[in-house]
Design a protein around this ligand. Structure first.
Ligand SMILES: *Cc1c(COP(=O)(O)O)cnc(C)c1O
Length: 385
């Protein structure tokens, strides 16, 4: 019953039960490593908290509900979640990924998995001929983000899923930027959804956490086994915080979207600004796809560059901000600003950054849920002051 309700109800009730012994409305934070057995091998379903912990179970059921999957898994970070998927592969396997990925994902792929003989093709996945030309008998996984970070490029999840299904390739979507409030990749044909729950799911910049939600039960069990065997699980305290965050996801992201488009429009009309990267602007090259796939909700992430093309202008702007905090990360209630080339994407080599368009005059904003007038005034005084 609870799984058939609408999203705004799912975020609060999905997969949740009141504590059976006390009626506690929120799940207790089970700070325990182990669980008593009445006879060897006879237990309540919980044996040891690396395998399963009741607070983590509560979060994982919420994840299943909001992303519409068979199995949710909570990890100690977003990268630990990605790493768990990568452990499905072996030497000789090939991965097709987008050419504009979170810097840490790119680092994990190239510095670790490439080193052990997995081959990566980083491509413009919207070029279908190019995409098809990279598929061969060794292709095991397609990995995308949409919108991407920081260029806000979109990938057509449904179109990619048609191709991966035809070729029997696993298809994973990093849904960190959009959140299931905006798009549900499993409903569009993906096999795995990944989140840095550090961002919008947690929503308050107070926890590092990751998540996978898997469409297929069997694949979910395999990834749960991998997580159990390698150990990157999320602690009960953090599980509680992420679960609490999820309960207001719809309210927060709605406001992020409202504020995001206003900041994007303000920047686009400002004489000092060159390009604004935001899927909700008609000037976005994939505006039509954004309307369809993101259902007219475009999120809180906005990137832009200066007409001067000067790195100094970007740095000056970032130093002057007063309400926006200059910090890595995104997706919290407070507005943050970031210089991708020097901060979040510094691990991508300079020539590679230039090739994909992450220029030194680029600024990325995570527009928070403060009053929009204060946010616009802050952007204006930092540009003009
Ligand atoms: C932050 C982030 C990650 C990595 O997540 P952590 O929780 O920092 O390990 C992966 N993908 C995207 C899009 C991110 O923003």
């Amino acid at each position: 019953m609870k799984n058939q309700v609408k999203f705004n109800t799912q975020v609060i009730h999905g997969g949740q039960q009141h504590d059976p012994t006390t009626g506690a409305v929120m799940p207790p934070i089970y700070h325990t490593s182990t669980f008593a057995q009445s006879s060897p091998g006879v237990h309540t379903g919980y044996e040891y908290s690396r395998a399963d912990n009741p607070t983590r179970t509560a979060l994982e059921h919420a994840l299943e509900s909001i992303e519409n999957g068979a199995r949710g898994l909570a990890f100690s970070s977003g990268l630990a979640a990605i790493d768990c998927v990568m452990r499905l592969l072996k030497t000789g396997d090939e991965v097709i990924a987008m050419d504009d990925l979170y810097g840490g994902t790119y680092r994990l792929f190239t510095r670790f998995y490439q080193e052990i003989g997995i081959k990566f093709h980083f491509i413009d996945i919207n070029d279908t001929d190019l995409f098809l030309s990279k598929i061969n008998a060794n292709t095991r996984l397609v990995w995308i983000e949409t919108p991407t970070n920081p260029l806000m490029k979109l990938a057509n999840i449904e179109a990619i899923a048609k191709i991966t299904k035809q070729h029997n390739i696993l298809f994973a979507v990093d849904n960190t930027f959009a959140t299931p409030y905006i798009q549900k990749p499993l409903d569009l044909g993906a096999d795995i959804v990944m989140h840095s729950a550090t961002k919008y799911l947690g929503g308050h910049s107070d926890v590092i956490a990751g998540a996978l939600v898997i469409k297929d039960e069997e694949l979910g069990a395999k990834l749960h086994f991998t997580q159990f065997a390698t150990g990157a699980t999320l602690g009960p305290q953090e599980c509680f915080l992420v679960l609490r965050g999820i309960k207001t996801l719809h309210l927060r992201v709605q406001r992020h979207c409202e504020n995001g488009i206003k900041v994007a429009e303000f920047l686009e009309n400002h004489p000092l600004i060159d390009k604004v990267y935001y899927p909700g602007l008609p000037s976005h090259p994939q505006y039509e796809l954004a309307q369809k796939q993101m259902k007219d909700k475009f999120g809180g992430m906005v990137s832009f560059t200066f007409k001067s093309k000067a790195k100094e202008d970007a740095i000056k702007f970032l130093e002057k901000l007063q309400i926006f905090t200059l910090a890595e990360s995104l997706g919290g209630v407070e507005s943050l600003a970031n210089h991708p080339a020097l901060m979040t994407h510094a691990s991508i080599p300079a020539d590679k950054r230039a090739e994909i368009g992450i220029t030194d005059d680029m600024v990325r904003l995570s527009v928070g849920v403060e009053d929009i007038e204060d946010l616009l005034a802050d952007v204006q005084q930092s540009l003009e002051g």
